[in-house]
Design a protein around this ligand. Structure first.
Ligand SMILES: Cc1cc2nc3c(=O)[nH]c(=O)nc-3n(C[C@H](O)[C@H](O)[C@H](O)COP(=O)(O)OP(=O)(O)OC[C@H]3O[C@@H](n4cnc5c(N)ncnc54)[C@H](O)[C@@H]3O)c2cc1C
Length: 423
């Protein structure tokens, strides 16, 4: 059996960022990766994907974009190249093609079993990703077999779909982007909409994310927000990265001829049923956006930037009605349902008592109640930006510091985690 101070599981941006922070602190470690560096960007993303975050917003510990187009948006291949170059920059100890099959307690450390060999480690950091497995609602099983069902991790481009119309379920960043791509390939598209976060691509002359970055929105800390659980449940941003800095929202979708319906609730044969939430959810997203833009305007005034920024454009509300309560897919010529309904995580290999009833890792800013076991890359792990590439810059440094401090002081499990494990 191999012995090492720390095993990091996962060679995506989170695992690599932590590896860089551990390297800088002289902590002996390995990164075990079932595929290759950035595997999910290679094999689980659609062909046309570009990041919705600008290139400059990819700062990692000791690494940032220094190419010619910082305001543009990386393709998925560029993300892979970016991560590979990052790993090479500090000779990251990545063991590729090694799948972790079990992590169990072994004295004051852990035993990590893989499909190749075993490791004994004092610390284990789980960096296996927030977006691991696409969620498909149970009622999808009620759809007949002549309806092709696909999830974003398997979807590649519209040409691979059967002829006919497409129902895209979910209107956050993935669902809206894919609905538009499929519609622009010439097919009829229906988009099922739940809670969502509307954002313009640019505002007052700048990328919207540049304002949010400057205002420190992504730096908001997990131990400062009023309702962390609800912040962790926020829908992803309705943004797309295109050279022309296109805004994507439900108004744009409708102008393209995409039919909007409410949240998908049930399927019975070819008949799919929807909630009557559309008006309410669209109004809520509009209100939230209006508040955010006001905050940006206040920031512009407070920073004395008013003279250098264009005036705010008039705010346009998105006008919708609740849409149909049901649709008969066969009658409508819809042959495909694309489930863009979020992701779940699986830790069935993790035999340490840190999982809640839903199988999610309980943690306090990435620190679990089990000394030496950490998690990285989850939503709002330590900051609002924790699932973004850019969010790793502080998370990795802080987790590495905590891990290093473990040798110096005996850590105590955070009290509320003990409570939630018992409750
Ligand atoms: C469609 C989509 C678009 C996104 N767009 C953006 C964007 O524009 N900007 C942005 O900043 N973020 C974006 N994100 C969010 C985030 O950057 C990605 O989800 C990113 O892949 C997360 O990196 P990670 O390192 O946390 O996890 P992952 O990239 O998922 O890496 C985890 C790694 O762990 C490995 N692994 C898993 N299980 C095991 C095991 N048992 N043993 C060994 N290895 C294992 C996997 O192979 C994988 O390589 C997007 C996410 C999605 C899904």
């Amino acid at each position: 059996m191999n012995r090492i101070d720390t095993v990091v599981i996962g060679g995506g941006q989170a695992g690599l960022a932590l590896s860089r922070s551990l390297t800088a602190r002289g902590v002996e470690h390995v990164v075990l990766e079932r595929g290759r560096v950035g595997e999910r960007w290679r094999t689980e993303r659609w062909d046309s994907l570009r990041l919705l975050t600008p290139r400059w917003q990819s700062r990692l510990p000791g690494w940032s974009y220094d190419g010619p187009d910082p305001d543009g948006y990386m393709s998925k291949d560029e993300v892979v190249a970016y991560l590979e170059a990052y790993a090479a920059s500090f000779d990251a100890p990545v063991h590729s093609g090694v799948t972790v099959r079990s992590v169990s307690i072994d004295g004051d450390g852990f035993r990590v079993g893989t499909d190749l060999e075993s490791w004994r480690a004092r610390n284990v950091v789980v960096a296996t990703g927030d977006c691991q497995e696409a969620i498909v609602p149970d009622f999808a099983r009620g759809l007949p077999s002549d309806i092709h069902q696909v999830v974003p991790t398997r979807y590649r481009n519209p040409r691979e779909l059967p002829d006919g119309g497409v129902l895209v379920v979910g209107a956050s960043s993935t669902g809206l982007q894919l609905a538009v791509e499929i519609r622009e390939s010439g097919r009829p598209v229906t988009l099922s909409v739940g809670r969502h976060t509307r954002l313009p691509r640019t505002y007052r002359g700048r990328d919207i994310l540049s304002w949010l970055d400057e205002m420190g929105v992504f730096d908001e800390r997990f131990d400062e927000v009023a309702d962390l659980e609800s912040s962790r449940q926020q829908p992803s941003l309705q943004l797309v990265g295109t050279p022309e800095r296109r805004t994507l929202d439900l108004g744009v979708a409708r102008e393209l001829g995409i039919r909007l319906v409410g949240r998908t609730r049930r399927a019975d044969g070819h008949v799919v049923g929807f909630d009557d939430n559309l008006v309410e959810d669209v109004a809520a997203a509009d209100l939230k956006l209006a508040r955010l833009l006001m905050r940006i305007d206040e920031h512009v005034s407070a920073a004395g930037l008013g003279d250098r920024c264009p005036e705010p454009p008039p705010f346009s509300l998105i006008d919708v009605d609740d849409g149909p309560a049901t649709l008969d897919l066969a009658a409508e010529g819809i042959r495909t349902v694309l489930w863009a309904t979020g992701f779940r995580r699986r830790y069935d290999w993790l035999h340490v008592p840190v999982l809640d009833g839903r199988g999610e890792i309980l943690h306090d800013g990435g620190v679990t109640r089990w000394p030496g076991l950490y998690v990285m890359g989850l939503r709002f792990l330590r900051h609002r930006g924790s699932t973004f590439i850019d969010g790793q810059k502080t998370d990795a440094e802080e987790i590495a510091e905590h891990l290093l401090g473990r040798g110096r002081t005996a850590p105590r499990p955070p009290r509320h985690h003990i409570h939630s494990l018992i409750a």
